[in-house]
Design a protein around this ligand. Structure first.
Ligand code: F6P
Length: 540
């Protein structure tokens, strides 16, 4: 039997087992199915797995040469085969002195840009770099989208308590104009730094916002020479940066071996570093580096955290047919974590051909979604508890929150713990009816209403506990999900590091824009033409 066949027959067995039975038959389950590394605690006991499940899944990972793939990524091989690129976001947080791509050691360049970033942060914070009228820079406006936005948004929101005194940061991603107008209406150009963050420096939304920001700045200040003090670029495209009018001395570079959704560790992280200070940014890199080491060095795959997380997710998608995963951070500071993981996993693994371009005959990335867990409880958790589909959940929480109130944190914790418990245990009809009777309801009514109060339970969840939401542990957490994504890409034999599925919409939008600008509905299908016509008529 192949491993997939073994997994299929094992699934037949497991699909009949309930989580509570798994606990009943293994007194040590809560110990055996938890892992911790460097302070991060991972409880995966509330999953439909046994030791045999993990054995089979790790065998599959070995058959797919997971370890060789990990070595290839960290070693600078061009594992992004369609774009012929190495994948080295890990080098950005590495302490190694040598990592080679095409025979060239990339570490000196990486370290030089880090040095440039650190010096720039120092100049801004110390007042050595002032605005054109001599005011201190206290407002950072990051203009970027996708990977040039989501990471910096997540990290600056999560680490707000660590911010440099007096620093503010704003993000402009959407092109509708509102984000730009709302932000610009509240800021002082003399103390503002515009950070144009774009790997390609061609992204339509970012370049439109950047141009409008520059026009606004010039209209306000009437000082073209002041651009040099107030606009910087984070990019791989020096030519486009220079054409935009930013001096290359004010550009912070990165390279095509850093994917957009993996780029917060690169120059794209400059808004983060400006907000929380260089030392905290360095701690963020160190946390990620610590997870990298764990991922590379833990040869026993059943003890490797990103591998376990990846294997469990794969098991649910491809065997249980659970097609979505809800990310539930129980901490307001991590509210943007679901959106971050959404891009990370869905842009990486939302593919239907394998590395060789052959259609796959299995499901790949699930739909990733979620919000702050405590808010979700009062919104979509109804479906999670009683809906017709099972949605596995990742709960993320921190043990100590020195920036929050203990009494509030106790309540937060009790909710997170209780939700995972309710997810697994559910409530039977008998219990529900007994509760109603105890409340004084008559038997006939209790028999009816109890039907609506049944929770089938047996809903799986992971609980990931951080000691605190600090730069270091946030770095570890993000790297954990990055590597989970990679593990799943290897299992599905897909190229995790391109994103060709975003191209068609961009291409068609250009054609539609031309039509709109020419006042015609152009040549499209009739539905598309009618919609364009609606817009043209309304905006006459
Ligand atoms: O359209 C998707 C995408 O290419 C993402 O992969 C990327 O993170 C985002 O757009 C922004 O790209 P850039 O940094 O080149 O502006």
């Amino acid at each position: 039997m192949t491993i997939i066949e073994q997994l299929n027959s094992h699934y037949d067995e497991m699909s009949k087992k309930r989580l509570l039975d798994l606990f009943a038959s293994d007194a040590k389950r809560a110990v055996n199915f938890t892992a911790s590394y460097n302070g991060l605690y991972f409880d995966y006991s509330k999953n439909n797995i046994t030791t045999e499940t993990l054995d089979l899944l790790t065998k599959l990972a070995q058959e797919k040469q997971l370890q060789a793939n990990i070595q290839a990524m960290f070693g600078g091989s061009k594992i992004n085969n369609t774009e012929e690129r190495a994948v080295l976001h890990t080098a950005l947080r590495s302490k190694a002195s040598e990592i080679y791509v095409d025979g060239k050691n990339v570490m000196p360049e990486i370290n030089a840009v880090k040095q440039q970033m650190a010096e720039f942060c120092h100049k801004i914070h110390s007042g050595a770099h002032l605005g054109y009228t001599g005011k201190k820079i206290t407002t950072i406006i990051n203009i970027g989208i996708g990977g040039s936005d989501l990471g910096p948004v997540l990290v600056t929101q999560a680490l707000k308590p660590y911010r440099v005194a007096g620093m503010q940061v704003h993000f402009i991603s959407s092109v509708d104009g509102y984000m730009l107008q709302d932000t610009l209406s509240d800021i002082d150009p003399e103390s503002t730094l515009f950070v144009i963050a774009s790997k390609t420096f061609t992204t339509q939304e970012t370049m439109t916002n950047a141009n409008s920001a520059r026009e606004w700045f010039l209209a306000k200040t009437q000082q073209p020479t002041a651009i040099a003090k107030h606009f910087i670029a984070l990019s791989t495209n020096a030519k486009a940066v220079s054409e935009f009018g930013i001096d290359l001395a004010n550009m912070f570079a990165f390279w095509d071996f850093v994917g957009g959704r993996y780029s917060s560790w690169s120059a794209i992280g400059l808004s983060i570093a400006l907000y929380i200070g260089w030392d905290n940014f360095a701690a963020f890199l160190d946390g990620a580096n610590s997870m990298d080491q764990h991922f590379v060095e833990t040869a026993d795959l059943s003890k490797n955290l990103p591998v376990i997380l990846g294997l469990i997710g794969f098991w649910y998608v491809d065997f249980f047919d659970y097609r979505s995963l809800v990310i539930s951070p129980y901490n307001t500071r991590l509210t943007r974590f679901p959106a971050y993981v959404q891009q990370l996993e869905m842009e990486s693994n939302g593919k239907s051909v394998d590395k060789q371009g052959n259609p796959v005959n299995y499901l790949t990335c699930p739909v990733i979604w979620g919000d702050s867990g405590i808010n979700g409880q009062h919104a979509y958790y109804q479906l999670l508890h009683q809906g017709t589909q099972i949605v596995p959940m990742d709960i993320i929480i921190a043990t100590s929150d020195k920036f929050s109130d203990k009494a509030h944190n106790d309540i937060l914790w009790s909710n997170a713990v209780a939700q995972a418990e309710a997810f697994m245990c559910g409530k039977t009809y008998e219990t529900a009816k007994a509760e109603l009777l105890a409340q004084g309801m008559n038997d006939e009514k209790a028999s009816e209403i109890a039907k609506h109060k049944v929770f089938h339970g047996n809903r799986p969840s992971n609980t990931i506990i951080l000691p605190e939401i600090s730069p270091y542990y946030l770095g570890m957490l993000i790297a954990l999900y990055e590597h989970k994504t990679f593990v799943q890409g290897v299992l599905w034999n897909i190229n995790t590091f391109d994103q060709m599925g975003v191209e068609l919409g961009k291409q068609l939008a250009k054609a539609v824009l031309k039509d709109i600008q020419n006042g015609t509905s152009g040549e499209h299908d009739v539905s598309t033409m009618a919609i364009i016509q609606q817009y043209l008529s309304a905006s006459k």
